[in-house]
Ligand binder design. Structure first.
Ligand code: ADP
Ligand code: ZN
Ligand code: ZN
Length: 819
């Protein structure tokens, strides 16, 4: 009987595709296997087998699977269920999920490759373009189209290739490129048949007159333990070193047929000698109490919130819970919001758990991620995975606990591309699907989580004191409106802030200066006419990077040279405007020339090592002042920081978003939390023009509950999360009128179903990105509304609208629970 497979392709497609399985592959394929299939015109993709069956599809001619990549599935059954949930809930396709979930090394790309026909002889003269391509192929007979295009400098090289194919001068073949190559080392082993004591003694006798070869052989017998119960492989390099012999002696042995050379796959993961691990820190009484509360809470709930002030020892509590979980044979997934935290936490966890810990990070080389994935499928899987957002997609065979650290962080939400998932929420679903428990930890819970804890949906445990009674910092508000009016500000600094910085420097203590990233990117402005450079593709002003001498667009990444003259008025007085961190750094260096200053923002931390260096230097006291954006707020544990300056609270408060106040509080409380972690009470200078704003007072008194109560009642009144669920519908098109019409039509269709729950369409703040015009429609539905039906309606509306000839090419996508 003919066998068929349904597969998931890593493409944003809704349909499921069926292929036939050639008989010789039938035994090798199971649910979760990777196969290569042809798709579209001359394209091949890696696909995941979702189903193996015997029902031929109707209505189209099936193509056959081209190759089977793994003898074993790379996806566990539970992962299909999770993928399906992500696709359903976030209104995207399984293909989108597949693309995000698999490390790229597990996907194979297809590139068209052109090969010279060695038997070709020109019968009619070639055109100049044809000759050019042929010459390139004569130099190197197998090349990809991309490369030919580049090397020949010809536009439309495919047309030339096509005519060369017609002349039979070249062939085209699809070459599948495996992007992940296992690392190998060259090894030697005894030729088969020589592995007995008897044969070895004969050999020793035979080699008596070749002492160097004899010594090599004897060393090999020793290293490999070939005669013992557990022989192991021996690398060439290791053997030569241990025996102190030259490669030529080894070659002779290979030539004589005593040794065989072969290559062995080795792991990239660090599995060297186990690290010395240290015992767990004993918990304080308050921490022990919190741990007991968590344990009790998780007996009756799936999720528990640990609300603990900064430096209360939440991480210590996690460590105890992890130890307990793995002692019972279950795995732990420890999620962090981003790279900013991994180095310090990894070190802390490694000290206790050694190689039972695996770290999964998108900034790591892909090959490493592939190996972690593969390892998770085996019996030798990690007990603990520490990872960012995407690690929820790893295979887990025995998941027992998920910890989501700094659960309030919005970096847990993926913005672009689909799936636009929230890793914290996805992790809760994953845990429930796999019978595991979830611990959410933070000093400043998201209002969604806090609401769940208040209404009893989640259990709650609290830590109100810092460890060893270190005091929370004192927050001193500074009215910069008044000071600006009196002309007493020194650039972005108030006299009080400068005084605290100076005194801290004198006491050899450290300082953090925080500038919100949003709305404070430095711009270039013509001082004569007010002209500001804008991106040609996107509807935004460009950010000025003085260090790079460039203007860049933070949406599409386009870069522009800094103009010498204003194109509007020809004026030459172009000035930097706004207090970016770069400008603050300059000002601080000028004010405190003796201080050692570092800056941490997107520009200075492009690589992992750059980031780690800044942190290490600061932690080791090699820098005095650290200036940074959001990144400096993220749970870093610095012992000598006594002063924190928040340069401008207003950019956070004035941001036009319903979460602005919640975020402003979280950000300020977290930055403030970096102060005075061990060295006594720290000080936070909070500069603002809105000294009477309620959030300022709440930050001063670390009054999270007051902030939450106030914000929750506003959210309820204005119909926002956590009382209502938001879905943003985005439409994109090159043509503004077209997208406008499509959005209006879509809005009408949606209103017919959802009534006043639909708002818009509107132009979003950035209404054009990468030359596409954007419209946004907002849908607010009651949390109790059946979401499956809501999604069904949305898909239906989309189908109706896109069925219209005019709107066929309009791009539609959704952002569910937008952040
Ligand atoms: P949080 O995660 O709540 O910010 P941490 O777990 O990082 O707090 O604790 C803050 C500091 O106090 C860390 O340097 C940590 O090593 C130390 N600490 C907390 N609890 C203990 C404990 N029980 N024993 C030893 N050191 C502790
Ligand atoms: Zn001008
Ligand atoms: Zn742009």
């Amino acid at each position: 009987m003919e066998t068929f497979v349904d597969v998931i392709l890593p493409l944003p497609l809704n349909a499921c595709f069926t292929y036939s399985l050639p008989p010789d592959m039938a035994g090798e394929v199971a649910r979760g296997s990777r196969v290569v299939v042809p798709f579209g015109r001359k394209k091949f993709y890696t696909a995941i087998v979702q189903n193996v069956h015997f029902r031929p599809p109707e209505g189209y001619e099936v193509k056959a699977v081209s190759a089977v990549l793994d003898p074993h599935p790379v996806l566990l059954p539970g992962q299909f269920r999770f993928w399906q949930w992500v696709a359903d809930y976030y209104l995207c396709t399984l293909g989108d999920v597949c693309k995000a979930a698999l490390p790229s090394g597990l996907k194979i790309e297809s590139e068209t490759v052109v090969e010279l026909n060695p038997d070709y002889e020109a019968d009619t003269p070639l055109s100049g373009r044809e000759q050019k391509v042929l010459d390139l192929l004569l130099a190197d007979p197998v090349q990809s189209v991309t490369r030919l295009e580049k090397e020949s400098g010809l536009a439309g090289v495919l047309g030339v290739v096509k005519s060369l194919i017609e002349r039979e001068a070249v062939f085209v073949k699809e070459e599948l490129r495996r992007s992940y190559k296992p690392r190998t080392e060259s090894c030697v082993r005894l030729a088969s048949g020589l592995c007995s004591e008897e044969r070895l003694h004969e050999l020793f006798d035979r080699l008596a007159r070749a002492p160097r070869q004899l010594s090599l052989l004897m060393k090999y017998v020793e290293l490999s333990g070939i005669l013992g119960p557990q022989p192991r492989s021996v690398s060439r390099k290791e053997l030569l070193q241990a025996a102190g012999q030259s490669a030529s002696a080894l070659s002779s042995l290979v030539d004589k047929g005593v040794f065989e050379a072969y290559r062995r796959e080795t792991g990239r993961l660090d599995t060297g000698s186990p690290l010395q691990t240290v015992p767990l820190n004993p918990l304080s009484q308050a921490q022990q109490q919190a741990l007991d509360d968590i344990r009790r809470g998780l007996r009756t709930h799936d999720v528990c919130l640990l609300h603990g002030v900064t430096a209360s020892g939440k991480t210590e509590v996690y460590i105890h819970l992890i130890e307990e979980t793995i002692r019972h044979g279950r795995q732990v997934l420890y999620l962090l919001p981003e790279i900013a935290l991994t180095a310090q936490i990894t070190e802390r966890l490694r000290r206790v758990f050694g190689h039972r810990l695996g770290v999964y990070h998108s900034k790591f080389p892909d090959a490493e991620r592939v190996e972690i994935w593969q390892k998770q499928l085996t019996e030798h899987d990690y007990d603990i995975i520490l990872g960012v957002r995407s690690s929820v997609f790893l295979p887990f065979r025995r998941l027992g606990l998920v910890i989501v650290d700094e659960e309030h962080e919005n970096t847990y939400k993926q913005q672009d591309p689909a799936p636009r998932y929230h890793a914290r929420n996805a992790a809760v679903v994953l845990a429930i699907q796999q019978g595991a428990k979830v611990l959410l930890g933070t000093a400043t819970p998201s209002l969604e989580t806090w609401h769940n804890a208040q209404t009893g949906k989640y259990a709650l445990a609290t830590l109100t004191q810092r460890h060893q009674a270190v005091r929370l910092p004192q927050v001193l508000p500074v009215d910069i409106k008044e000071l600006t009016r009196k002309k007493r500000m020194n650039g972005p600094f108030s006299p009080l802030l400068l005084q605290y910085v100076r005194e801290a420097l004198e006491r050899q203590e450290q300082i953090i200066l925080f500038q919100n990233r949003r709305g404070f990117a430095p711009m270039l402005e013509c001082h004569t006419c007010g002209w500001v450079p804008r991106c040609k593709n996107c509807d935004v002003s460009l950010t000025y990077h003085r260090g790079l001498g460039q203007l860049t667009c933070h949406y599409c990444g386009a870069t522009y040279a800094v103009p010498r003259r204003c194109p509007a008025c020809e004026g030459v007085d172009l000035r930097a405007h706004g207090f970016g961190t770069e400008k603050i750094e300059d000002d601080i260096r000028a004010l405190f020339p003796e201080a050692r200053v570092a800056r941490m923002d997107l520009d200075t931390t492009r690589t992992r090592t750059a980031y780690e260096r800044i942190i290490d230097d600061f932690a080791a006291g090699r820098t005095d002042i650290l200036i940074g954006t959001q990144m400096v707020s993220k749970g870093l544990d610095f012992d000598r920081v006594s002063v924190v300056g928040i340069l401008n609270a207003d950019t956070m408060l004035n941001y036009p978003d319903f979460r602005a106040y919640e975020r402003a509080f979280q950000l300020m409380a977290q930055v403030a939390g970096r102060a005075g972690r061990k060295s006594g009470q720290g000080h936070v200078l909070l500069q603002t023009k809105s000294i009477d704003h309620p959030i300022i007072a709440q930050v001063m008194h670390n009054d999270y509950e007051g902030m939450a109560a106030g914000q929750l009642s506003e959210r309820e009144m204005f119909r926002y999360p956590p009382f209502y669920r938001l879905v943003y519908v985005y439409l994109k098109h090159r043509d503004e009128t077209r997208v406008e019409q499509a959005a209006t039509t879509m809005g009408e269709h949606m209103r017919a179903i959802f009534g006043s729950r639909v708002l818009g369409p509107d132009k979003p703040p950035v209404a054009r990105v990468q030359t596409l015009f954007i419209r946004k429609i907002m849908l607010k539905v009651e949390v109790k509304a059946p979401m499956a039906r809501v999604r069904q309606y949305l898909r239906q509306v989309q189908q109706e609208v896109l069925a219209d000839e005019r709107f066929r090419s309009v791009l539609v996508y959704y952002d569910v629970d937008p952040m």
